[in-house]
Design a protein around this ligand. Sequence first.
Ligand code: MG
Ligand code: MG
Ligand code: MG
Length: 307
Amino acid sequence: MEALVLGHMNPDADSILSAIALQNLMTQRGFKCKACAQGKPTKDTAWALDKFGFEAPEIITSVKDQILFLVDTTDTEQLPNDIAEAKIKLVVDHHHLGQIFTSEPLEMWVRPVGCCATIIKEMYDAYKIEIPKNIAGILMATILSDTMIFKSPTTTDADIKAVEELSKIANIENVKEFGMEMFTIKANINLPAIELLNKDLKNFETKEKCRFSIGHLEIMSIDLIKDKKDELVAEVKKLKEKNNLHTAALMVTDIEKEGSILIIDSVAEEKIAQNLNCKIENNVSDFLPGIMSRKKQITPTIINCCA
Ligand code: MG
Ligand code: MG
Ligand code: MG
């Protein structure tokens, strides 16, 4: 039976491009599988797909009775509703461990690096399988996307080394220039506030059933959303109310200044402000220097403040 290679909801570059690369690697290892996605590629992902000659993966919403190879998430909140009825046989991830359950043994590659694509590169090496040129291209694009061209605190030496080696295989000389081209597309903010919030929104639920949602917007400068701030605040408030959440937030990261602001509505606003050592006024935090990672910095803070 053919396995489905699948990433998280509101798929980013890692959830789509790493799924395609993992399909290639696992096929070369002799497993029948196909990359899928839980949504359409974002503009930057579409750019990379086009550049390296790949089609967008088929969109799926149900995984009942399927065999799954998961990439970039193990959170049931970010997987199809019938995830409990799928058989997970492989996990490649770089997030906190989520709530998936398996009844049979599985293969897991989970490491705290900047991107799943880095782990997949290491899998190719471990299995001594050659990386095709166009696969090297999408793996490299994915690492640059997930690590914000190595500026995110999630970046490790393994990510930098992987890009070095992949750029040679893909024959891309100027890695920075390549990354900036992709980010200029990723950072497009000419969208309605609701779409900016939903573009990279993740839902979480803790063991204690504390539910929260965090969106992440990575842009060249926070000044670019100045005129949209009020609308974004309104959308964040609506999201919290509609889903009866503990916290709804949009993290807006300034790639140049290497920090973020949080647009936030939370029952624990004061505690969160204390934890982040900042002020939150009218649902907007001060600029938080060095805060660029949702998974490593903001999600753990909110989980701490759930208790
Ligand atoms: Mg992701
Ligand atoms: Mg990722
Ligand atoms: Mg991200």
